[in-house]
Ligand binder design. Structure first.
Ligand code: PEP
Ligand code: MN
Length: 295
């Protein structure tokens, strides 16, 4: 029996596919998220120094990233850990944007900070710890900026869709859903990467869906495999942590790729992206399929 997702997610009717409803495409600078192009967002967990940010921005751009990530306001597991550079971090992001032409995605944690962060960011990130902070969602929605909505670490798919609906209800249709791993009984890795959620969201929602393998895995050496899996599950893009010297990172170094690992990940992704490229001529696609099958 087929599940009736419209009944199951009755509180979030507008985020679901329906007759006559188009796929949501979020325009950011000269790109379209959800429009068929695979978008890579990359950068450090936290903005630390001018050098760290510029070096990373230049590097990830050359390797094919289109959007620079970097936290200026940081939600941390411990209140005693580094909380971000705040406005100084936003200014550094603005300089990187100007120099490299990358769009900026950065987190906003409080309702009061929305106008400030929206001045600098092309996309406002709502973090896992804030997914059900409805007053923040409302304020972020009203800013008119596209919103990258991360799934709460203990949020169900219904919870995520409800938060997306809340943003739509406040007049902002530009929502990008992000699977970033959830807490389960298995604490071997930082989180459990819920790829079934990605496949389901792509099936039932018209909103773009991206994956964050860095926070899902917590280990940089697993990130390339999780990115490939996310591509196979149908994501519109990924957001990945990259740092010039992960061992010295002020936050999340263990899950951050260094430049060489990021390059290798990007190059290794090409055949997987080609496979899902519907524009590929049948014969070429078939050849790639047989190569993958043999290899
Ligand atoms: C982040 O992107 O650095 C972050 C804190 O992510 P999350 O909210 O998914 O934990
Ligand atoms: Mn991080």
């Amino acid at each position: 029996m087929r599940e009736n997702w419209h009944e199951r997610f009755a509180e979030s009717p507008d985020v679901l596919k329906a007759a006559g409803r188009q796929q949501t495409v979020v325009p950011v600078l000269d790109m379209e998220i959800g429009g068929g192009e695979f978008i890579t967002m990359a950068g450090p967990c936290s903005v630390e120094t001018e050098f760290q940010l510029m070096a990373t921005a230049n590097h990830v751009r050359r390797a094919g990233a289109r959007i620079l990530r970097g936290g200026a306001f940081k939600p941390r597991s411990s209140p005693y850990a580094f909380q971000g550079l705040g406005i100084e971090g936003l200014k550094m992001m603005a300089r990187a944007r100007k120099e490299c032409g990358l769009a900026i995605v950065t987190e906003v944690m409080s309702e009061d900070d929305v106008p400030l962060v929206a001045e600098y960011a092309d996309i406002l990130q709502i973090g896992s710890r804030s997914m059900d902070n409805y007053s923040l969602l409302e304020a972020a929605a009203r800013s008119g900026r596209p919103i990258l909505l991360k799934r709460g670490m203990v949020a169900t798919i219904a919870d995520l869709l409800r938060s997306a609906q809340c943003i739509l209800d406040h007049g902002n249709p530009q929502v990008i859903l992000c699977e970033r791993g959830i807490r389960t009984f298995d604490a071997t890795l930082r989180n459990t990467f819920d790829v079934a959620a990605i496949a389901l969201l792509k099936q039932i929602s018209h909103l773009p869906v991206i994956a964050d393998p860095s926070h899902a895995a917590g280990h940089s050496d697993l990130v390339p495999a999780l990115v490939r899996i996310a591509v196979a599950a149908g994501v519109d893009g990924v957001i990945v942590e990259v740092h010039p010297n992960p061992a010295k990172a002020w936050s999340d170094g263990g899950q951050s790729l260094d430049f060489a690992a990021f390059d290798e990940m990007m190059v290794g992704l090409d055949p997987y992206l080609a496979l899902r490229n519907h524009g590929l001529p049948q014969r070429e696609a078939a050849q790639i399929r047989s190569l993958v099958a043999v290899g």
